[in-house]
Write a protein that binds this ligand. Sequence first.
Ligand code: PFF
Length: 453
Amino acid sequence: MDGQETIKRGAWGSKTAFILAATGSAIGLGNIWRFPTMVSQNGGAVFVLVYILAVALIGFTVMLAELTIGRHTQKNPVGAIGHIKPRSPWKFIGYLGVITGVCILSYYSVVAGWTIGYIVKTATGAFSGEVTSQLTEKIYTEFTSNPLQVIFLLFLFIGMTTYIVSKGVKKGIERWTKVLMPILFLLIIFLAVRALTLPGASTGIAYYLKPDFSKLSGTVILFALGQAFFSLSLGMGTMITYGSYISKSDNLVSSAGWVTFSDTLIALLAGLIIFPTLAFSGQPGDVGGFGLVFKIFPIIFSQIPGGYIFALLFFSLLCGAALTSTISLLEVPVAYLVDEREWSRKKAALIVGFLSFVIGVPAALSFGGMKIFTRIDFFGKFDFIFGNISLAVGALLICVFVGYVWGVKNAIKEIFSGNHKFKIKPLWVFSLKFLSPLAIIFILIFIKKLVSG
Ligand code: PFF
């Protein structure tokens, strides 16, 4: 039965192909665009430290839990939870994931659309000549506040995602990620080396790597935890959906470990490019803002011979990395509609894609395109609610579900089904049952306090 099911839904070609695809979901704008922005808004190195702890202690735990549910049930999040605990309110985890997927896809695609705009800008010579921070600021502001342009790019990006998802999981995702990720990795290492050798880089390095503990606060921990879930694609069932395509003989623990490790490595390297370059351009580390990456990368390219080519390559790869992530965001609601509601894949992709586009419009207009959305910072609020809170709530519920409802014993049986070693089992169980849920609850209570003043 399992075997047949696997064939029908299309299993991953191999373990490597699965890891590549899950990495493709994890690595995206979250690492290169959102992570440096969060570091810059939350006190620099101290955020980085809390982030690493959050990934190692909580992110990895949730990653393994999601993959285990996915492989065990071979289903989308709603179906998976329903399979383990039929007709129970726990299905809510799945529905929350579906809604969160649609909402993150909508504003994420706004920034993904910007990457297309920056490919065109680079190609048409916007960054030729001397590139100062004033110039990149001006280009960014003019670009993101042009309403028709950003809406068109949002439409284009969601359109591409919808097209690929409507063609089916395996063909769509595997092909892309295999080529994309290794090149992105090499380029990022190269850029980090260049950034570290820029004059004045040391101030940026210190901001990024030398923690100032007086800046540690509940907000810093909240954003670090949210960023860990966002970057690892956790808390909304993406890894349940992807885990459903892993074969029974594969090692879940090492798969989870590889995805977590490579995702974190790319984020940390992105910071090593941004902060030294920021210091080189004479700006403090905490300038923040969602435009940070778009304003800073053109500066480093201007410091490299043949920078034009590197800039084109970088924005293209960033666009591709965003695409493998948006595919996974759309895949969650689509897998639900296909499996549970028996919609055709094409219809599901088209309708959900269109819905995300509509929700994405106010987010696209939050950067000067339309006064009202700019004033209320629709984009920032949406990102906070879905990119932080909703994922954290989802991750909490997944820990409780696996730890107490499905039961650790059953989960471990699934993890062992390929007969692999699981040396850190006691640590995982401790984190799943106690550390992760308590840490997330603590942080969620803290937000309530923050909001109510
Ligand atoms: N992890 C992706 C990134 O870092 O860009 C974004 C993302 C994808 C978040 C899928 C959540 C998700 F389910």
